[in-house]
Write a protein that binds this ligand. Structure first.
Ligand code: SF4
Ligand code: SF4
Length: 362
């Protein structure tokens, strides 16, 4: 017997049911029978139903135990977590499908997140765990999904709508390529404590940690100085030197980005673009952020054609029209002029006076 270690992940096939192992790589197609319920059909004729339940990234052991008990009762002990923190109960016996759905419903677990819906928001660590966030992650996500839960339970949108949150621009979440992205924004450079820097930090490596060369030595204080014009608020220096905190309870907040996607269906993948430059951090329910996202979702739902993702819809009607229908103010913050615009902004800065007039486009 090979020795068991805790190094690396265990072999994934050890966790599959016999039916899934038997049909591995031989699934013919899948269908969504109703919101949150899918059936996969194999070449052998075997069928596997998945019941998708809205989950959360941070859950307690009681919740995991509950999932396990449900899986033991209805799924031969098998369920899985999706990359968006949902739970999928894998049912092999069709007779157990409706009883499982009834029990999940009775327990208040939302079923959905398939097809033209809003599935759970993929997100980062936030105030719970990371040291550079400009906003919380779980708290914002919970507030937004509470408002949008009907879009999770039903498939009434023109296409899939994927929301992501990253609590700073280092972006451990998929905010660069989501239909709607929630991004924490720092708005001031790190505050240097010249008393503590020489005692706590290694000055050369702190200077070397800055990707934009914004940090210079300050020989007078044996500390460092930050050039705010060059700083992009990444927090890398704070990782190296705890005497340079970036978090600022007054100025940190949230920006919203729209129109990104990973899928290459119908149109090419694309990056998200800035829609709302700043919304205040307003815990515990972030009402401004929730309202702004709901507004974009509702305007998209009303205006997009079947299977148009948010970015496809905006490209068709034009960005000028997008700002008009959503009522979002277009400001100088929407123009990418960061630092050396000649190098950073050259691919994104719009350099034409031509506007696309869209009033004739339906
Ligand atoms: S996005 Fe930034 S603040 Fe959030 S977990 Fe990642 S590095 Fe930390
Ligand atoms: S926050 Fe980032 S860009 Fe700003 S000084 Fe620190 S390392 Fe440099």
């Amino acid at each position: 017997m090979p020795a068991k270690t805790d190094i690396g992940p265990p072999y994934f096939k050890d966790f599959m049911s016999d039916l899934v192992k038997k049909n591995y790589g031989q699934w013919l197609y899948h269908e969504i029978e109703k919101p949150g319920v899918m059936v996969h059909v194999a070449e052998s004729g075997d069928k596997l139903w998945s019941v998708r339940v809205g989950g959360a990234r941070l859950i307690c052991t009681d919740r995991v135990r509950d999932y396990c008990e449900l899986a033991d009762e209805f799924c031969g002990g098998h369920f899985r977590f999706t990359s968006r923190h949902n739970v999928e109960f894998l049912v092999e016996d069709q007779a157990k499908l409706q009883p499982l759905i009834d029990k999940l419903t009775a327990k208040g677990y939302p079923i959905g997140g398939t097809g033209c819906s809003i599935t759970s928001i993929v997100h980062t660590q936030g105030w719970v765990h990371c040291h550079t966030p400009a906003t919380d992650a779980s708290g914002v996500v919970k507030s937004v999904m509470d408002e949008l839960i009907d879009y999770f339970k039903g498939m009434k949108l023109p296409a899939q709508l994927r929301i992501a949150l990253a609590c700073c621009l280092n972006m451990c979440g998929a905010v660069h390529c989501s239909d709607i992205a929630i991004l924490g924004m720092h708005r001031l450079p790190p505050k240097v404590d010249p008393e503590k820097v020489p005692k706590m930090c290694e000055v050369p490596s702190t200077i070397g940690s800055c990707p934009t060369a914004a940090i210079k030595p300050d020989p007078k204080t044996k500390s460092v100085k930050v050039n705010g014009e060059r700083c992009m608020y990444c927090g890398n220096c704070y990782t190296m030197c705890p005497a340079m905190p970036l978090a600022d309870s007054e100025n940190d907040g949230i920006s919203l980005w729209v129109g990104g996607k990973v899928s290459s269906a119908r149109t090419a993948p694309r990056f998200s673009k800035l829609a709302v430059p700043y919304l205040p951090n307003n815990p515990p329910r972030w009402p401004e952020t929730v309202e702004a996202i709901k507004n974009i979702v509702e305007k998209y739902a009303a205006g997009a054609k079947r299977y148009e993702r948010v970015g496809d819809w905006i490209e068709r009607i034009g960005w000028e029209k997008f700002f008009e229908v959503t009522g979002i103010e277009f400001t100088d913050k929407h123009i990418d002029d960061f630092g050396e615009a000649g190098s950073y902004g050259i691919t994104t800065l719009r350099r034409t006076t031509m506007f696309k007039f869209t009033s004739h486009i339906k």
